[in-house]
Design a protein around this ligand. Sequence first.
Ligand code: GRF
Length: 207
Amino acid sequence: MIWLPHMKATPVALAVLGSGRGSNFQALAEAIDAGKLDARIVCVIANVADAFILERARRLNIPAEYIDPAPYKTKLSGAAEQQVIDRLRHYGAELIALAGFMLIIKRRLLAAFAGRVVNIHPSLLPAFPGLEAWKQALEHGAKVTGCTVHYVDEGMDTGPIILQREVPVMTEDTPESLHARIQEQEYLAYPAALQQVIAKIRAESRG
Ligand code: GRF
């Protein structure tokens, strides 16, 4: 079909992978409802059986699936990774958003969804990759930190940056207060960054 400027594009099929609370997933769902993100969430997948992100998805009638990463704790086994790919394909996912997904994504999944896997990280990358980035920022005496949305590659928090938002560090900050302030910015950054990615996908598909 030829695309004409007056035609409304179909919302992009977005899958969300998480391991925990799912507040970023919630922010994405709300951004969709508010018309700020032209996507529909087709499934949520978690590697933790009782992760609250699964409960949040069920409350919104979004398919929510647990995939056992066994026998590893920090990455998916080959079988589990294939299972994730199969489920993402089953739901027709076109774009994958990692939202607090605490496992390293490997080559097979990245190849299956090349250029379509995006992550949010609670620091201004390349500063403070890895775990508890807000604590790292405090320990280093950083005056400014923030959050980064980036494409995922095989490194840890290393892929090309899409969008960042800054957060000042206050002298009275605790790890909790700083993380909470960073998260407020994440809820704005993630939908905006994904909307940029969607615009790019559409521009590419129009040739
Ligand atoms: C966020 O701070 C995100 O940057 C990091 O993990 C946290 C997930 O929080 N990758 P939530 O599960 O979205 O509430």
